[in-house]
Structures are given as C-alpha cells and as structure tokens.
Design a protein around this ligand. Structure first.
Ligand SMILES: C[S@@+](CC[C@H](N)C(=O)[O-])C[C@H]1O[C@@H](n2cnc3c(N)ncnc32)[C@H](O)[C@@H]1O
Length: 220
C-alpha cells in the first residue's frame, strides 16, 4: 500500500498468508496494492504464486517525491514498467472502491496519529474487495528491557551511522527510534481496524522488534 519495502513485504506475504484471496482460484485477475519500495516484494509475491503472473496487476503508492522517483527508476530497470505507480496521499486518495484483492504495507504506520489511523482503516475497508486481505507490519519496541535497550541503541545510533556510510544521508533515519517509541507496537492500530469491522490477527516478530496484523474484509 504505502511505506512498503522489499525485505518486509516478503515476510508479510509469507507469514500473514495474504497471498491468495479467500475463495479465489489463482488464475483470477488479481490486484495488489503495495508501497513503492515494495515492488520486489510484489514480484516475489507473484513468483511464489506462480500461475498468477500474467493475470495480476501490482500497484504501488506513496506521496514522497523522492520515493516515487526511486520507484520509477526501479520499475523501468527491473519490472519493465509493469508496476502501476500511484502518487497519492493514502489518507486522501482517489482509489476506486472494492477494487484490490490484497493490500500490504510495511513501516508505514508509525507516524500516524489516532485520527489518521481511523482514516486509514476506513480507506482500507473501502478500497479492498469483499474477502480481500490486508497485512501491516511495523518496527516496534520489544517488551524485554534488555532487548529494548539494545534494539534502541541499534535503531537510534547505529542505523543513522550506517545510513550515512552507505547512503550518505543519516537524516531520514534519525527519527526512527523516536517514532518507534511513540508507536510502541501495532496493537492500537489493530484495534482501530477491528472497530471499523476489519477482522485481523495480531502478530509479533523477533521478540517484539516488529509487530503487525493481518486480516480480511468480510464479504458481509
Ligand atoms: C518509513 S518509510 C518506509 C519506506 C520503505 N518501506 C523503506 O523501508 O525504505 C514510510 C513511507 O510511507 C510513505 N507515507 C507515509 N505517509 C503516507 C501517506 N499518507 N500516503 C502515502 N504514503 C505515505 C512515506 O512517504 C514513506 O515512503
């Protein structure tokens, strides 16, 4: 959907079981909405599902100019421009209703406040087809004090240095741990989704260093 990257898209697909919309055979026209960075994950998604390759359409959405530019380059280089890149704010989007079979999003939740999470849940419910599936994953604070301290040091100190060394720009990583501490975990977001009538299962990974939820928009 938005804020989705290669490394997290795949676990989301594998572990959340969002691969096949319930009740649909694989050779069905298939629509997946992911983040712009998630195009590789989206391709792996196709590979894992084999037969749907020629029948599926991948859409990737973001509103960041930098991220979109990166996505356009990647789309040309690796995906023969087959990914439909959408430049929109997911909270004010013009996407069609009841359209997508699967929606995946990684690392896109943590900066949203309560009101935005409510809007997001409403939009997810609107744009998914009945029986369509969704999956969210986000970096989180582990409950264990020692792990939390080590993880906080890694995310808050080492990642910005690695960002500077490898990408030449630590700025975008500097706030990561601050946002993560505020976010804590995906429980609140999941509750908001459930309040909107989107059933889901909560998941915790790597002792709580990442949390998320996966669910379905019921046909009823
Ligand atoms: C933390 S980044 C994650 C990027 C990518 N997943 C990665 O790991 O490199 C979150 C992404 O969500 C996008 N995003 C945040 N709010 C958004 C919104 N309201 N609509 C669309 N995209 C949004 C940001 O532009 C950003 O690209």
């Amino acid at each position: 959907m938005f804020g989705c990257c290669e490394c997290s898209c795949l676990p989301a697909i594998r572990y959340y079981g969002v691969g096949q919309p319930q009740g649909q055979p694989l050779q069905t026209p298939y629509s997946l909405l992911s983040g712009v960075g998630g195009m590789l994950g989206a391709s792996l998604f196709r590979i894992f599902l084999g037969g749907i390759h020629n029948y599926s359409q991948i859409h990737a959405l973001d509103f960041s100019e930098g991220m979109l530019n990166y996505a356009h380059k990647k789309n040309v280089k690796y995906y023969a421009s087959n990914v439909n890149i959408i430049s929109e704010d997911v909270l004010k989007n013009q996407l069609p209703s009841n359209h997508f079979d699967v929606l995946v999003c990684s690392f896109g939740l943590k900066t949203f406040n309560n009101e935005q999470l409510h809007i997001l849940a409403k939009e997810v419910k609107r744009i998914l087809k009945p029986n369509g599936r969704f999956s969210f994953i986000e970096i989180s604070q582990p409950a264990n004090t020692l792990l939390n301290a080590l993880y906080g040091f890694y995310i808050g100190n080492l990642i910005p240095i690695l960002g500077k060394l490898l990408l030449g720009n630590p700025e975008q990583y500097k706030m990561l741990w601050t946002y993560t501490k505020k976010f804590k975990n995906a429980q609140k977001a999941q509750k908001i989704f459930e309040e909107k009538g989107l059933e889901s299962n909560y998941q915790s990974y790597f002792f709580g260093c990442a949390t998320g939820f996966t669910g379905i928009k019921s046909a009823g």
